[in-house]
Design a protein around this ligand. Structure first.
Ligand SMILES: *Cc1c(COP(=O)(O)O)cnc(C)c1O
Length: 609
């Protein structure tokens, strides 16, 4: 049985039992059961399920490892974390972070004006807000307004211009001055495919010369006591811990130097985000070379060591992990609409009273194929197929003969692959790639897995059921956009095998896991497919509850959202149909009712699934 690498990526959050995948929590509902309940209300298309308890367990893990490291190293500073909104700003994701993080006083990080407004509205008073990214005078003024409103807010400057603006705003108004942070431009760089945030050529941060100048400016403006934080962020999905250690040494020493230069209010180091998530389904392709234990111990140990050596008190440690906190909380579920090569089913064979000799031979090969002869028979079958195609091109055999030959040869290849699946030859491995089954999924990769489209980021995928039988079909996944990039091809280095299912008789659902970070707002409405219908699932000892339903936008709302006036469109459609000719009034009104119904549905496919 293939477990789809659940022991690699699932972090014990999910388990396989009775052939289904279940939440490994309290009453342990199966995903299929939840999906069927959602769909019993006539919901069609892809479904996004949120599990707040998985956010809680990430937060708890993060805090418990930092607390442990703090105790073990006799570290004097405290640990704090904020959630960077850019990772997922959707209301029910943010609500899950703030409610699950409440006991830790979990705060929010903002990188734009809209995110800052969101942070100011959603961060409980007393929890931290940090602000990064490029800022204008308005955004900086918003920071003053937040401070005046009682928030514990730190504005991190990305350049000296921003600091000058802060000083200007402080002079112009009597609002409370927010805490000020400095993002340092490190000479060390990050790792992983998103590592563009650190290093000499980085987009963000102040050089050492600029930091010294910043101190002078702050002192002159009598704002130096507001400098409270040193910040860096070396990039997302850090695969290697070595660059983080370098960055910590660098930032730690900058912190200690600034303390010595008289920055008395400085008492926080913010190490940004970057904690990696395991997205791979194959053990040999691990995404990271460290554990959360090693990560937290390294951070606490290194900072303690630097401060002790320079005789500076230990700073509080802030993290801004986003991906690590929310990736696991969301699961995308897509119905499979069609298997494209089902046409090669044996039941479609249609022999004649007298068949060409080549076909008769293929029938024999198919009948007598076994473990010992399968490679030889496979070669014969491939050879015969070539001949059949040549004969067809020359007009010697007809379409029915050709169809019979294709079905037989496909079957022979499939069975040879099956017989040798434990130990495929090179040739078989190549055939397998050619013979992949195409599973059409009722979803858009552009909308729901944009990092696959843009960065080739793999997400764990598996069926929700049939898990007590071995999947044998090399699978590629096609989405329903009219775009050839909307495909997750079969990759022999990280193969996906799915089940051979008859969709006329049963449904087949695939789950994509760890999709809770970045995918939702990055997702785009290509072909006007919008955000899937989403639900929050809370689970207790005896049952689970489906809450916070937000159905995928209906067709008229989609058109409204890109600037059409749906009322005008709606009226035009009705009018055109009403004034048409040659059908009865009854049929006209029935058709109008149908049209109304379609306009109220989302844009995903409804047929069969
Ligand atoms: C994007 C970002 C983060 C979050 O990074 P993750 O890899 O999701 O943890 C944290 N801090 C800053 C400044 C960022 O820009």
């Amino acid at each position: 049985m293939n477990n789809f690498g659940i022991d690699v990526w699932a972090n014990n959050n999910f388990i396989i039992e009775d052939g289904q995948i279940r939440l490994n929590y309290k009453c342990m509902p199966s995903l299929l059961q939840i999906v069927e309940e959602v769909r019993s209300n006539d919901v069609r298309g892809p479904i996004l399920l949120r599990f707040p308890h998985l956010i809680k367990s990430q937060i708890r893990t993060l805090y418990s490892y930092f607390d442990k490291a703090i105790q073990q190293n006799n570290y004097q500073g405290k640990f704090n974390a904020v959630f960077p909104l850019k990772v997922n700003q959707f209301p029910h994701a943010v609500e899950a972070v703030t409610s699950q993080g409440a006991q830790y006083n979990y705060g929010l990080e903002a990188g734009s004006k809209a995110e800052l407004i969101l942070a100011m509205s959603k961060t409980p008073i007393g929890a931290n807000i940090t602000v990064n990214g490029f800022k204008d005078k308005e955004m900086i003024t918003l920071g003053f307004i937040a401070a005046q409103s009682g928030h514990n807010i730190t504005i991190t400057i990305e350049g000296l211009g921003e600091l000058e603006t802060i000083i200007e705003v402080a002079k112009e108004c009597n609002l409370k001055v927010p805490n000020i942070g400095i993002r340092v431009r490190l000479h060390s760089t990050g790792s992983g495919i998103w590592a563009k945030s650190g290093g000499m050529d980085a987009k963000f941060g102040l050089t050492s010369t600029e930091i010294i100048e910043a101190i002078t400016l702050l002192r002159e403006a009598e704002l130096l006591q507001h400098l409270s934080m040193i910040h860096f962020h070396i990039g997302s999905q850090m695969s290697d811990i070595a660059p983080l250690k370098k960055a910590l040494r660098e930032a730690g020493n900058i912190y200690a130097e600034l303390k010595k230069m008289g920055a008395t209010g400085l008492d926080n180091i913010n190490i940004g985000g970057g904690l990696a998530v395991e997205y791979n389904q194959h053990a040999h392709l691990n995404s990271r070379n460290y554990s959360i234990d090693e990560f937290s111990s390294s951070v606490v140990f290194l900072l303690g060591e630097i401060m002790n050596a320079k005789n500076v008190s230990h700073p509080n440690i802030f993290t801004e992990s986003g991906r690590y906190i929310v990736a696991s909380h969301a699961v995308l579920i897509t119905p499979v609409l069609e298997l494209f090569t089902q046409d090669y089913q044996e039941k479609l064979l249609n022999f004649k009273a007298v068949n060409p000799p080549l076909i008769e031979e293929l029938v024999e090969l198919n009948k007598l194929l076994n473990n010992t002869n399968c490679i030889e028979y496979l070669h014969d079958a491939l050879d015969h197929m070539e001949s059949v195609l040549t004969l067809f091109d020359l007009g010697y055999i007809d379409l029915q003969d050709r169809s019979n030959a294709e079905i037989l040869v496909h079957n022979i290849i499939k069975r040879a692959l099956y017989l040798k699946s434990a130990n495929p030859t090179n040739e078989l491995a190549k055939l397998q790639v050619k013979l992949q089954e195409r599973y059409l999924i009722n979803a858009s990769i552009f909308q729901s897995l944009p990092d696959y489209w843009g960065l080739n980021q793999h997400f764990p995928v598996m069926p929700l059921h049939h898990l007590n039988s071995t999947p044998l079909r090399a699978a590629s996944l096609w989405d329903i956009t009219c775009d050839s990039d909307g495909e997750i091809g079969f990759n022999p280095d990280k193969p996906l095998y799915l089940h051979d299912v008859n969709l006329d008789e049963e449904e087949y659902f695939l789950g994509f896991f760890n999709v809770g970070a970045y995918q939702e707002t990055l997702g785009m409405n290509h072909n006007l497919f919008t955000h899937p219908s989403e639900y929050t699932i809370t689970i207790d000892e005896n049952s689970y509850e489906i809450k916070n339903a937000v159905e995928s936008k209906n067709i008229l709302d989609i058109l409204d959202s890109i600037g059409y006036d749906s009322k005008i469109l709606h009226a035009k459609l009705k009018n055109d149909l009403s004034s048409s000719e040659f059908i009865s009034e009854k049929e006209k009104s029935d058709t109008l009712a149908k049209l109304e119904l379609f306009l109220q549905q989302n844009g995903y496919l409804r047929t069969t699934n």
